[in-house]
Design a protein around this ligand. Sequence first.
Ligand SMILES: [Zn+2]
Length: 221
Amino acid sequence: MTQMDDELWYWSVNAQTAPYLPVFRVRDTESSHGRYAKGIKQIHGIDLVRFHGHPCDGLFRGMYAMSLALQSIFPDGVVDRTDLRFLSRNSPCLGDVGAYLTGGRVRFGTQDVLNRPGVWYIVQRISTGQTVEVTEQEGFFSKEIMDLESRLPTLSGDEQAQGVSELKQMQDEWLNTHLFPSRPEEHYTVREIEWDWLDVPYDNKGKRTDVLYKNVPPGGE
Ligand SMILES: [Zn+2]
């Protein structure tokens, strides 16, 4: 580990001390052809940052939204990452958070996108069909930030440089003043829905083989 890693330069003090940042408890299989693992793992915000690449507003908003969806499907608090599929907008940030926390992936036909604006997820438990939709409250996220995000591609040169810096500052500020001080249930709502999962149109899809033997009874040890 390098010194830069030690310093966690990518994990702000505000994120470190955010009082309501969800911690996820997940269950997986224990091997490529294994049964369910007996133990559970904890996933923290920083794990998602390491996977996704940066601690953006979308990552934290996705965590907040997903925490309610998963709590609703798994009231005992342990998320079965072998049994979920999900939809989101095709945002790098929301899609990554969803894939990491649910185990859903396009290449196994368990992740797909819909062209609907905003922060939302549809999460379905494959074995039961139970489906929830979680959405962010309209108006919670800053309109100024959204405006600048959509203006950025039209800017060039110094204006664009300034826009990129400003946007990052505005996003961080919004997290510190709006998201981190609030609990997920204050600005995100979850509800059960009926949902027919459509086959994911990806030609190279394959079978997820590391969950096939998850229910094999103990024996042979
Ligand atoms: Zn991001």
